[in-house]
Design a protein around this ligand. Structure first.
Ligand code: NOJ
Length: 548
């Protein structure tokens, strides 16, 4: 079916709907928004085929409105052979049949808006799928199509060595040799099924502005930009002169990441976003060597937010967290952008497991994040306190990183392997796939998953779900939470960080033993674990007070 021709009618009505939501809640909504990441294949299955879909997600939107988030971000649901769970897009304007249709997307956007939720979708501009029409034409020898990707002759007398020494983020060389014809090589910073676009080419630039408009016309409120730092490569594609390049990600300047040329692209995207009413936003997934380099993506003529991977990568350590928070607020404040905070997503070990210290520490980290000034990202299932699932057998895994890692079984703590954070959500205590859907689940859920389900936790004041619900309700009621760009640190004992914002105080004890707070506490609003509200904060606990 050609989904383009079956796109729901009345673009005017669709944008009008979004405008109504946007006007109803004016202001820079994104500066302090809590944005919930839906990973569609694992969120909720509407048609009972074991794979999450748009219909399932739409049915669960009231749950998200009640949870108290401001927006949802959906990971890719576009037509894709799923070599990298949808981050290999074959058609940017069509929905993969496994997720539904454009009509389903339209219905989801409409329902979300009616519930007061904004909708952010993923855009994947660094690479396409190898099944994208342009790449298929390129492989068939069409010279115009080849120019839209990076094809190069190989090195060595018979051209059988890659054109340079770049390594794929998923392991192995970043080049694959084509079969037949000239037997040239093409660049793929990720899997071989994800060829990198040549962003020097005007057709690539035009195509993505058109894709943005397609989805903006559908009524979306913004885009999460995949590999935002990767689009422009250093001229001449120079060798790195080094191996093990993965270890340099986010710490060093690389010839394929964070090149200055990317900013002109985002300036042009900002002009497109600004053509639409109601503050449509761009969020960069940008891995750069420093907070200052990340801040460049959110200058006032570029994007609105960038993910704070530095914060995500900071361990549960008061001094390190304080330094990361100061650095983020300082560098982003310098360009007038809000900070963002994130602990979990579909690419990393879930924070409850990653931080060590289990349940209590995971909850304490969540409550600290939700108190910080700026916007917070919540990955589906973290509100249920889900741990990483480590025991997945190789035959059920789908992450290309698993299959390209030399010794995946030995990989420490699953770091770099991503199926364990993608196990479908438990909605109910029992039944087929714990309420995920009527037809099982594409990754097996652990026994006991039902005890962590939405129904099991609802109404239980000790549950992580109710902790998130209360925290988000307080966040909406108190402007000191989220809004703004500054905080005032309070003197605190080693292992504790404490800050004040207006009439609000937050302290987090990253140690395992109790700590005596050196400041007067007021009325306790919320605590991540058992706590009497007094001057001694238990280990692995975060508390919120009204200032004393
Ligand atoms: C970042 C995405 O979050 C990840 O899941 C994906 O594999 C890579 N980009 C490549 O698109």
């Amino acid at each position: 079916m050609d989904q383009h021709s079956s796109a729901p009618e009345s673009a005017e009505a669709r944008t009008g709907l979004a405008t109504t939501v946007n006007e109803a809640r004016s202001g820079d909504w994104w500066r302090d928004a809590v944005i919930y990441q839906i990973y569609p294949r694992s969120f909720a299955d509407g048609n009972g085929d074991g794979m999450g879909d748009l219909e399932g997600a739409r049915a669960r939107l009231p749950y998200l409105a009640e949870l108290g988030v401001d927006a949802v971000w959906l990971s890719p649901f576009y037509a894709s052979p799923q070599a990298d769970a949808g981050y290999d897009v074959a058609d940017y304007r069509a929905i993969d049949p496994m997720f539904g249709t454009l009509h389903d997307a339209d219905a989801l956007i409409r329902d979300a808006h009616a519930l007061g939720l904004r909708v952010i979708v993923d855009v994947v501009p660094n690479h396409s799928s190898d099944r994208h029409e342009w790449f298929r034409r390129a492989l068939a020898g069409d010279p115009a199509a080849r120019e839209r990707y990076h094809f190069r002759p190989g090195k060595g007398p018979s051209g059988d060595e890659p054109p340079n020494d770049w390594e794929s983020i998923f392991g192995g060389p970043a080049w694959t040799r084509t079969e037949g014809g000239e037997r040239h090589w093409y660049l793929h910073l990720f899997a071989p099924e994800q060829p990198d676009f040549n962003w020097e080419h005007p057709a690539v630039q035009d195509e993505f502005r058109s894709v943005l408009r397609f989805w903006l016309d559908m009524g979306v409120d913004g885009f999460r930009i995949d590999v935002a730092h990767g689009l422009v490569k250093a001229a001449g594609l120079p060798d790195m002169g080094d191996t093990g390049q993965l270890r340099l990600l986010g710490t060093a300047t690389l010839p394929f990441f964070d090149q200055d040329g990317v900013h002109e692209i985002y300036r042009s995207w900002r002009r497109v976003l600004d053509e639409y009413p109601g503050q449509r936003i761009g969020v960069a997934e940008a891995w750069t060597p420093s907070a200052e380099r990340t801040a460049l993506y959110v200058r006032d003529d570029e994007l609105h937010q960038a993910f704070n991977f530095h914060y995500l990568n900071t361990g549960w350590d008061a001094a390190a967290l304080r330094a990361a928070i100061d650095e983020s607020l300082g560098s982003l404040g310098a360009v007038g952008a809000p900070a963002t905070w994130v602990l979990s997503n579909h690419d990393v070990v879930r924070h409850r497991t990653r931080l060590g210290g289990g349940h209590s520490r995971g909850r304490a980290a969540s409550l600290l994040m939700l108190a910080l000034p700026g916007s917070a990202y919540v990955y589906q299932g973290e509100e249920l306190g889900l741990p990483e699932v480590r025991e997945l057998p190789a035959e059920v895994r789908q992450d290309p990183a698993f299959f390209r890692t030399a010794d995946p079984v030995g990989a420490a703590g699953q770091e770099g392997l991503r199926d364990g954070c993608r196990v479908p959500l438990p909605w109910e205590e029992s039944g087929s796939s714990y309420g995920f859907g009527s037809g099982g689940s594409w990754l097996p859920q652990p026994a006991g998953w039902g005890a962590l389900s939405v129904t099991a936790q609802t109404g239980d004041p000790e549950s992580t779900l109710e902790l998130y619900r209360t925290a988000l309700r307080l966040r909406r009621a108190r402007p000191e939470l989220g809004d703004g760009e500054e905080l005032e640190w309070l003197p605190a004992p080693e292992g504790v960080l404490a800050f004040r914002r207006g009439g609000f105080v937050c302290a987090a004890n990253t140690g395992t033993g109790p700590a005596a707070l050196g400041f007067p506490v007021g009325e306790l609003l919320l605590a991540s674990g058992p706590f009497d509200g007094g001057a001694t904060l238990p280990g692995d606990t975060t508390a919120w007070w009204v200032r004393g």
